[in-house]
Design a protein around this ligand. Structure first.
Ligand SMILES: [Zn+2]
Ligand SMILES: [Zn+2]
Length: 272
């Protein structure tokens, strides 16, 4: 299927430490690809906000995206966004940032447990790592993040699986986490926050979206209505990647609209 309303609300510019292309180049590429709306959501790791220089990149990112937004006015909807990592590890700094910066759209994410490196860098071939225990802690923090709720969408709910299952081939019995995942989904719904369908996994070894079909169905079953979608592109060529597959999955699970955020407010766009 091909869709006309391609919305990609999770992308990174070179104002992210792992980004590769400038905001203007990405905006031009998104426009050329016929994307309808894009959010640039550079990383702000809130547990290292000052010592990781995110206070500087936050400002740089904000102004470059705002500049692109006006340059592409009428051609491409650009949302000024940010991906806040670990916001609940330092709520005071996170809340101060959100009071100061007038974002269109804020993603809430957890990439690492407190005082531990990002799951991305962990070596799960090391048998001494109790990854089920780490996952348990991870989902506890995801719940705390959903309860804090000062973001718009909850990013890649099953993020560690990209590495534990996808890259290291470990098997994870997800039924052990169904109760806490229900609690996270119910908390999002109660707080009127979106769940993100992150399509990066479709181009990674894990081969599925985060979350996958079973959790997406459960979200719908529990009354979830607000869904955002994002490629998590770190390169221009990945802008919009997997959004069509994500839309097919969303439709299959009973979602016929996707949320677009401007000025921290969702608008539901038909998936068509
Ligand atoms: Zn992320
Ligand atoms: Zn990201």
């Amino acid at each position: 299927m091909s869709f006309k309303n391609i919305v990609d609300l999770h992308t990174h510019t070179d104002n992210s430490f792992d980004g590769n292309h400038s905001t203007m180049f990405l905006a031009e590429t998104a426009f050329m690809k016929g994307i309808r709306a894009v959010a640039f959501t550079d990383h702000l790791e809130m547990d290292a906000f000052y010592n990781g220089n995110f206070d500087k990149t936050a400002i740089q990112s904000f102004f470059e995206v705002a500049k692109a937004r006006s340059a592409f006015n009428g051609k491409l909807i650009i949302c000024v966004g940010a991906e806040l990592g670990q916001a609940v590890y330092d709520k005071a700094v996170s809340e101060k940032l959100l009071d100061t910066m007038k974002y269109d759209f804020v993603i809430g994410a957890i990439h690492n447990l407190p005082e531990i490196q990002d799951f991305y860098y962990m070596d799960f071939s090391d048998e001494s790592i109790d990854y089920m225990k780490l996952l348990e802690e991870y989902f506890d923090w995801e719940l705390k993040l959903a309860q804090w709720a000062k973001f718009d969408t909850l990013a890649h709910l099953t993020y560690p699986l990209r590495y534990i299952v996808g890259n290291y081939g470990k098997s994870v019995d997800m039924s052990k986490f169904s109760e806490i995942i229900d609690e996270i989904l119910i908390t999002l719904i109660r707080n009127e926050k979106s769940l993100e369908l992150n399509t990066a996994g479709l181009r990674q070894p894990i081969g599925v979206t985060s979350p996958d079909e079973s959790i997406l169905r459960r979200y719908k079953q529990l009354g979830g209505k607000l869904l955002t979608i994002g490629s998590d592109a770190h390169y221009a060529e990945h802008l919009g990647a997997g959004i069509d597959k994500g839309y097919e999955l969303a439709l299959k699970c009973g979602f016929d609209k996707i949320a677009l955020y401007q000025d921290r407010t969702p608008t539901l766009i038909p998936i068509e």
